[in-house]
Design a protein around this ligand. Structure first.
Ligand SMILES: C[S@@+](CC[C@H](N)C(=O)[O-])C[C@H]1O[C@@H](n2cnc3c(N)ncnc32)[C@H](O)[C@@H]1O
Length: 274
């Protein structure tokens, strides 16, 4: 796992800024999580695994919707797992959370009827190894769901920020490169090596920001993913200032609408399952 992914999720704060921004400023009816859970298969699903589960929001919705009867969430970050355990407990849901890297899964007999990898495959260094591990953890006939963003999500606004930063700090290298980064556009190319049937379902939404601050906060929550891992606080202060200025310009009309596109791949017919 890259140092930047480790640093980005070592604490839950930045991730939670993004989750809250989606909750507060999205225009579509219903939340992303509700949409996703509404797309998931129910029949024949008993054991559910969510890899890279973050603070467990999707798994709580899955459990609350009565999809399956046993739920396990795995995340490489101790802080995410701790928070997920607390939130599931508060919600009165019996979900097991474990700290672990999907690239190094346990070798036991445990198998799952539904495995979800939500907005995490774009972080893994070895997509084929990750997908092989997921396939190995699937029960016969099991389903795999991978969610991610469109390459164009939040553009042109996000791209404008990225290119301004790349111009000022050429050493900022957003990894992995777009052609290696698991997206709605290229995801099927990776999945087809592991599954016979792949169905893509897309959801279009937008942020509507009444002022630049929440958009700037969202952009700044990517600090550890976007900056080189050895960046200094001074360099970050300069980048944060640039982000504030760009967000202000983009929101000069008094309101900013940022389109966003995400979706899911529903995969069946795992090769070498069980
Ligand atoms: C963008 S967050 C998504 C969290 C959650 N799935 C969601 O959709 O809200 C990515 C999560 O994947 C986790 N992650 C990244 N690489 C991982 C790996 N190799 N194994 C396990 N978890 C990983 C991170 O720690 C982080 O919590």
């Amino acid at each position: 796992m890259s140092d930047s992914v480790k640093a980005a999720y070592e604490a839950t704060d930045d991730y939670e800024v993004r989750v809250r921004t989606h909750e507060l400023y999205s225009v579509a009816e219903g939340s992303w999580g509700e949409w996703l859970v509404g797309q998931l298969p129910r029949e024949g699903v008993r054991a559910v695994l969510d890899v890279g589960c973050g603070t467990g929001g999707i798994l709580r919705l899955i459990a609350a919707a009565g999809i399956g009867e046993r739920w396990v969430g795995v995340d490489q970050s101790e802080a995410m797992v701790e928070k997920a355990q607390g939130l599931a407990g508060e919600a009165g849901l019996s979900i097991e959370f474990r700290q672990g890297d999907i690239l190094d899964p346990p070798r036991g007999e445990e198998r799952f009827d539904l495995i979800c990898a939500c907005h995490m495959l774009y972080h893994v260094a070895d997509l084929d190894a990750t997908l092989s591990n997921c396939v190995r953890l699937l029960a016969p006939g099991g389903r795999f769901v991978a969610t991610t963003n469109s390459r164009d999500t939040m553009n042109p606004y996000f791209a404008e920020v990225e290119s301004a930063l790349a111009e000022r700090f050429p050493e900022i290298n957003i990894e992995p490169a777009p052609d290696r980064c698991f997206s709605l556009e290229n995801g099927a190319e990776f999945l087809v090596r592991h599954f016979d049937h792949i169905e893509l379902r897309v959801r279009r939404d937008a942020f509507r920001f009444p002022s630049p601050e929440p958009w700037a906060a969202y952009l700044k929550s990517g600090r550890h993913l976007d900056m080189p891992s050895d960046h200094t606080d001074d360099e970050w202060a300069e980048v944060a200032g640039m982000i504030d200025r760009i967000a202000q310009e983009q929101c000069a009309g008094g309101e900013l609408v940022v389109p966003k596109v995400a979706g899911m791949f529903l995969c069946t017919g795992a090769r070498g399952e069980g």
